[in-house]
Design a protein around this ligand. Structure first.
Ligand SMILES: Cc1cc2nc3c(=O)[nH]c(=O)nc-3n(C[C@H](O)[C@H](O)[C@H](O)COP(=O)(O)O)c2cc1C
Length: 160
């Protein structure tokens, strides 16, 4: 199958997560394209499943991520899974504390993207991926990329 990882990123943290997701998709035997919304206009976006990611800014996704989801071809995507991921922070450098915070995140880019996809009648995956940064502009938490790979691996394992 073919996946596409679409993302926006201001300081590069969400970009690193997107790259880790794409690498894991490939490691699990599928192909994966990457689309950076900051570099390229999203025209024809076609794949069997999609990951879409954004940094959280004021509890929301970026304008580019919103515009992307609003412009997505409904007919094409309505039955193909769309997984939302996003970075949040700054969270504690203490892994246990961070884990507890991550479980409690509600207003984030990822949850907003999932909601927007559902509102549009798209097949939003029920689980979102929250990844922590430990400073306002980064860096990613020490376990961030492993978490992204693990989440992706579990998603791929359930694909039919
Ligand atoms: C103006 C601004 C607002 C932010 N608002 C939030 C927020 O509401 N919630 C949150 O978890 N993180 C917030 N952050 C931190 C971002 O999550 C962090 O900058 C982002 O994860 C970095 O990702 P990027 O490197 O891909 O841009 C904010 C950061 C900036 C600069």
């Amino acid at each position: 199958m073919k996946g596409i990882v679409v993302f926006d990123s201001v300081y590069g943290n969400t970009k690193q997560v997107a790259e880790a997701i794409a690498e894991q998709i490939r490691a699990d035997g599928h192909s994966a394209d990457i689309l950076n919304l900051g570099e390229r206009e999203a025209k024809k976006v076609e794949a069997d499943f999609m990951f879409v990611g954004s940094p959280t800014r004021m509890g929301r996704m970026t304008k580019k991520a919103k515009g992307f989801l609003e412009g997505l071809d409904m007919e094409y995507w309505k039955n193909r899974p769309i997984v939302a991921f996003g970075t949040v922070g700054p969270l504690s450098e203490d892994g246990e504390k961070r884990k507890k915070w991550l479980e409690r995140v509600t207003k984030s880019a990822a949850t907003r993207m999932q909601e927007l996809a559902k509102e549009r009648g798209l097949s939003a995956h029920p689980e979102v991926l929250h990844i922590a940064v430990t400073g306002f502009k980064g860096p990613l938490a020490s376990d961030a990329l492993d978490m992204a790979r693990d989440f992706t691996h579990r998603f791929i394992a359930k694909l039919k």
